[in-house]
Design a protein around this ligand. Structure first.
Ligand code: ADP
Ligand code: LRH
Length: 480
């Protein structure tokens, strides 16, 4: 039978991996070639990505992948590298959790009011949107010397192939794209002094993105030519493409470092109500819009685990499952949790100031985090349906958080809806599907999703009654 192999490079905020998808007429098998940590590094000038180590991990992964028919790359959104006129990288890419964007939004809104910015770009306010990062960098030498800006997956692609482009789904997280035309918003850029000439031309998922350079072939032992194919290079776009949904009446929650919770729509929702609720309109495959809210996600737990000296996660979750439910909750959508450091203390403090019992042990704090995430999932799924006028019958949970059965069950309970959990490596699978489709092996988005439903392990969770307790917890948070 005809089976093709695709390498999916998927760089998450906590780890990078190179996965291999073997796709046949009615089969899809995903294996891990290589996984490597992604550890941000704090240097005197701030928090930076260790981009060369990530690229090294990509090369190691391609070496371990064996011969492949194409390569696709996705990563976390918004961040970028700057290149000089010779194409050399200028400094380490700044981490989106770096403090340089503090107070920048207010400056931006003085030139373009927040309402106008939302109407033009559909993007929720997040301090790290590329637009705010670029305004923060305005007076820097580095930006003054830059001839090119490449988003992280586009930078990796450039290093692998020598060719430059700006993939659309990830470009939509810059806050410089109009979600109706799916083109640059020249007006927003010019009013804020952003030079759109820094960006390479837009690419669509499925577009060819060059072939591996001879040096890369030599280093990885691959036989050329190996094409690189543009995929939904925003990891969340790839993950949503791999939601194994049937039809349109579904919500999704991509759980990893972040929880991205929302709907797939045909058109953006740009209402003032939607802006006030901080919903974003990011671009997905095939003209779709990812209408979602950013929730702090398992970052809260990752940061606590770091402070506790990395205890065994499985044991911690078992203990948390035995703690009393909904004793204290925090607002998991609050940008106050964005920066690294002192996370157990910050969570305890949020409970104290809201007049709730203060969780102390790791198990208590873990339970507080998972209850709070489930509650935030509930609010996002509820608000999205109302604001978009798009009802759902099921919630699909994908990403690393699917391995956390307690979180999946609490999410079903909180939403009062069945949860289908899986696939865990959704971003890599969405990445593979777009490559396979480009080479004619799978059909449209729905047929790719059906293939996943048939081939990937999924776990079902039914809601356990008692939604009143979740309503009460929600009211507690809202201060009512
Ligand atoms: P990202 O792509 O943002 O780096 P992932 O999708 O890889 O994130 O998800 C990472 C998260 O998955 C971790 O923070 C952790 O909470 C969760 N996770 C990973 N492995 C397990 C496990 N064995 N049990 C429970 N949770 C897990
Ligand atoms: C998840 C993600 C998310 C963005 C954030 C910066 O990895 O791409 O969709 O908002 O990182």
């Amino acid at each position: 039978a005809l089976v093709k192999s695709y390498a999916a490079v998927d760089l998450g905020a906590s780890s990078g991996r190179v996965m291999v998808g073997r796709v046949g007429p009615d089969s899809l098998e995903l294996t891990e070639a290589h996984r490597f940590p992604n550890r941000p590094v704090r240097v005197p000038e701030g928090l930076r990505w260790d981009i060369l180590s990530l690229y090294g991990g990509v090369l190691d992964g391609l070496r371990g992948a064996g011969q492949v028919d194409s390569v696709g790359i996705d990563s976390w959104a918004v961040d970028y590298g700057l290149l000089d006129a010779d194409g050399a990288l200028l400094g380490n890419p700044v981490h989106y959790r770096d403090s340089r964007t503090e107070g920048v939004a207010e400056k931006v809104w003085a030139s373009v009011p927040a309402e106008q910015l939302y109407a033009a770009t559909g993007l929720q306010y997040a301090p790290f949107n590329t637009l705010y990062q670029l305004v923060a960098a305005r007076e820097t030498d580095q930006l003054a010397h830059a001839g090119r800006l490449l988003l992280i997956p586009d930078l990796m692609s450039y290093w692998l192939t020598g060719e430059q482009g700006t993939e659309l789904t990830n470009a939509s997280t810059t806050q410089l794209i109009d979600p109706r035309t799916r083109e640059w918003s020249h007006e927003v850029a010019s009013r804020l002094g952003v030079d759109l000439g820094l960006f390479a031309p837009l690419r669509q998922p499925g577009d060819p993105a060059g072939v591996l350079r001879p040096e890369v072939l030599e280093e990885t032992g691959l036989r050329g030519p190996v094409p690189v194919t543009a995929v939904g290079s925003h990891d969340t776009a790839s993950a949503v493409a791999a939601v194994p949904a049937d039809g349109e009446r579904f919500a999704y929650i991509c759980t990893g470092t972040w929880s991205l919770a929302g709907l797939e729509l045909d058109a953006p929702v740009l209402s003032e109500e939607s802006r006030a609720a901080n919903f974003t309109n990011e671009l997905g495959l095939d003209g779709t819009v990812r209408y979602l809210r950013n929730i702090m996600g398992l970052w809260l737990l990752q940061e606590c685990a770091r402070a506790w000296g990395e205890p065994e996660l499985g044991e911690l979750l078992l203990e948390a499952a035995n703690m009393p439910a909904l004793r204290s909750v925090v607002d998991a959508g609050d940008a106050a949790f964005l920066a690294p450091g002192r996370m157990p203390e910050r969570i305890a403090e949020a409970c104290r100031v809201s007049g709730q019992p203060v969780p102390e042990s790791p198990a208590e704090i873990t339970r507080c985090i998972l209850d709070s995430l489930a509650l935030a999932h509930r609010r996002a799924v509820e608000d999205a349906q109302r604001l978009a006028g798009h009802p759902v019958d099921v919630v699909h949970v994908v990403g690393g958080g699917t391995r956390n059965a307690l979180l999946c069950q609490l999410t079903a309970d909180a939403c009062g809806l069945p949860v289908v959990a899986g696939p865990t490596e959704a971003a890599a699978l969405g990445n593979v599907l777009v490559q396979a489709r480009t080479h004619g092996l799978v059909g449209d988005l729905p047929s790719g999703r059906r293939l996943l439903t048939r081939t990937q392990p999924l776990t079902h969770y039914e809601p356990r009654g008692d939604t009143a307790r979740w309503r009460e917890a929600q009211a507690r948070l809202a201060g009512r």
